[in-house]
Write a protein that binds this ligand. Sequence first.
Ligand SMILES: C[S@@+](CC[C@H](N)C(=O)[O-])C[C@H]1O[C@@H](n2cnc3c(N)ncnc32)[C@H](O)[C@@H]1O
Length: 432
Amino acid sequence: MSDPRQIAAEMLQKVLTDKAFFSDVKNAADSLAGKDAAFTNMLVLTALRRLVFLKKVLKQYAKKKLPEKAAFAEYVLFLGLTEILFMDTPDYAIINSWVDIAKKKTDKYVAGFVNAVLRKACADREELKKHDLGEFFTPEFYRILDHAYGKKTVSKIQSASLKEPPLDITVKSSPEIWAEKLGGTLLPTGSIRLKNNGKIMEIEGFENGDWWIQDAAAALPVKCLGKIDGLKILDMCAAPGGKTAQLINAGAEVTSLDISESRLKKLRDNMLRLRFPEPQTICADGVEYLQNYKGEPFDIILLDAPCSATGTLRRHPEIVHIKTTSDIEKQVNLQRKLLNVAANALKKDGVLLYCVCSITQAEGEEQIRSFLESHSEFKLCPLKANDICDTDKASQITDIFTKEGFIRTLPFHLSEYGGIDSFFIAKLRKVA
Ligand SMILES: C[S@@+](CC[C@H](N)C(=O)[O-])C[C@H]1O[C@@H](n2cnc3c(N)ncnc32)[C@H](O)[C@@H]1O
């Protein structure tokens, strides 16, 4: 029978050594029963969120680095410590299980060491917890942030990012009625926040296509466009289609482009479930497609650009451990190319809406400032709270707007509702 803890250790190993995304290794837990799969996933995610602290703890007990052949014991220890410090498993179950796995995957000497460390940690638990400062970011991740945020803000970002993210949905219509029906909370921005438990497919309205999953932050860009019915819009990096769905729902004439055919298939499946007419899809590299574009120019281009995804730390804590500054540079270059070609395919007075689910300013604020410097034909349309919500709710979201007129959400925004992903949004108009 598969052992959930061993599967968890193998998943953690893949993420940390192969730099795999958690979503790519998660299927290893699929063979387990529902409760075991949930435990396995939660164990790995908690270890990834707490890894910086866990490393600090382990250093106290293992002064020297473990030998190569015992490398697997490190994952065993990280996960054993996670259970001791952050989960409610009884100590005897934790120690015996992890020692058995260490014996199986390494040797009896290493297993003896695992046994000694975990026993000591159980005895020291309360003392160890006192030294937990809620640290999440690695030195490399600080380099990625590049001093964009002050010390206080970084500390707020870290503690908000350590929390389990809620489940947000966007409904086609009548959000108040749906919030009540599903026992959710209607956010000031119009998304509905559900209690994240149970199977999504079993929630009322899923099968009928009345709503789709979309973090409250990801739902904001399309709201910034205002009235768009009948307008010709290019959703330039469209899959899996959360924003395409919003655009179609608002009556726009949408073309959904993406470089990935498999992701576009997902988009088409999603639109089918939502009972929208089949969207026009184009599988192409956005840069190549628009570089020599001779078709009718678009009223609006929505560029939800490929990015570091560092805005989704709550959902993807592995990002802190696998992204590097050179990954950010690559994305910045691609985003610049996509922005440049999008500029050519817009009508005069057309709108270019740029957004990224990234917390780095290189992909957000700095990217757009530099675009505006080199494209005098574009002007920034400053965004305000009234653009995306009713006046009586506007005061609840003022902190997501920057002085320059961008939207910059951070994980601790909307904290009274449980936080939000980090997103950057800029609305630009082609004035000449
Ligand atoms: C942030 S995701 C888009 C999410 C989507 N807008 C939504 O709301 O569901 C970025 C997308 O960009 C696509 N992509 C990456 N490079 C691209 C390129 N050069 N041209 C077009 N699409 C690209 C990826 O396949 C990915 O689906």
